[in-house]
Design a protein around this ligand. Structure first.
Ligand SMILES: [Zn+2]
Length: 128
């Protein structure tokens, strides 16, 4: 009886739509790596450019700067390395720990950052 009820549920309620981390499009310019779709990434993850630039700078241990719609990294990096870092950022500071949705914002109080989910209300400390 229960089994039949479950089977009758539309598939949509059972499958889970995971937030897809945006792809990184970068190219080398001398000793620098330019992320040309930085603005698109920011739009998808809804975080300020400085926050993500600071994160990359810290993670890669190199200076990073925002130039218009691009991110400039002082070093040579591959898309896949940058994507790994971005994935870690998304897991730590974008996607809700409870419902896994990206509809979140970060609040900061006395230097402590908290990820607040606008979909389910969950709160979690941000450790980056
Ligand atoms: Zn949530």
């Amino acid at each position: 009886m229960l089994d039949r009820a479950r089977a009758a549920l539309p598939e949509k309620t059972l499958t889970f739509e995971r937030f897809e981390t945006p792809a990184i499009e970068s190219f080398l310019q001398g000793n620098k790596t330019i992320v040309r779709n930085f603005d698109v990434i920011l739009q998808k993850i809804r975080r300020p450019p400085e926050m993500l630039a600071r994160y990359f700078s810290k993670e890669l241990a190199i200076p990073a700067s925002v130039e218009g719609s691009k991110l400039v990294l002082n070093g040579k990096f591959y898309d896949r390395n940058l994507k790994e870092k971005l994935q870690a950022f998304v897991d730590a500071a974008v996607v809700c720990k409870e419902c896994k949705r990206p509809d979140t914002k970060i609040t900061e109080r006395e230097g402590i950052k908290t990820l607040v989910c606008e979909a389910c209300g969950a709160r979690a400390p941000v450790k980056i």
